[in-house]
Design a protein around this ligand. Sequence first.
Ligand code: VGL
Ligand code: ZN
Length: 199
Amino acid sequence: MEEEQEQALAPGQGDALLIVDVQNDFLPGGSLAVSHGDAVIAPLNRYIDLFHGRHLPVAATRDWHPQRHCSFQSQGGPWPAHCVQETEGARINAALRLPGDVILVSKGTREDRDAYSGFQDTELENRLRERGVKRLFIGGLATDYCVLNTVLDALGLGFSVCLLEDAIRAVNVHPGDGDKALARMVEAGARGITFESLA
Ligand code: VGL
Ligand code: ZN
C-alpha cells in the first residue's frame, strides 16, 4: 500500500517542477523580504537535481515589474517597489541552481496590471502543454500570494498539483496567512508533499 503511493508520487513522464519567484527582493535583505525566504533555496535545489536528472522540465517564474508598476506604494498600490525589471532585486537568486534549459516566465510586466499567478498574461500554460506536462510540483515564494495564485490557476487549468511544503514560505502580512493559503490550496485539490516523501 505504502509503496504504491510512493510510486505514484515519484516524478516521471508528464511531470514538471515549477519554481515561483525566488528573487532577491523576496529574500532577506530585499525590498519585500519574506522572513526565512532563503530557507527554500536548499530544498528547491534538491528538487531541481531530481527533475533535471530525470530530464523532466524545470520552469521558473519571476515577478518582473516596470518602474512605475501599479502594485507599488508610490502608485497607490499595497507593496514597496520590488522586482523592477533588470535590477539586482529582480534577479533570481544565484544560489538557485536553475538548469540552462529552464522555462523562464516573467509576470506582472504591465504597468497597469498585477499578476500573482505565473499563468496570468503569460505563455506558461502553452510552454508546459507543449512539453506534455500534466502534473506540476510547485514551490517558492510567497506561499500566500504568488504560490497560492499559481497553484489555484494550475488546478483550474486541469493540472494536478503537488505542493512542495518544505520549499515555500509566506509573507504573513496578517499572521496565519500562510497557513490559510496552504489550507485553501489543499482544499482546492493540491497534494502537500515533502522531498522525503519522494525518495
Ligand atoms: C509577490 C507580492 C507582490 C509574490 C509578488 O511573488 O508572492 N508578492 N508581488
Ligand atoms: Zn509583485
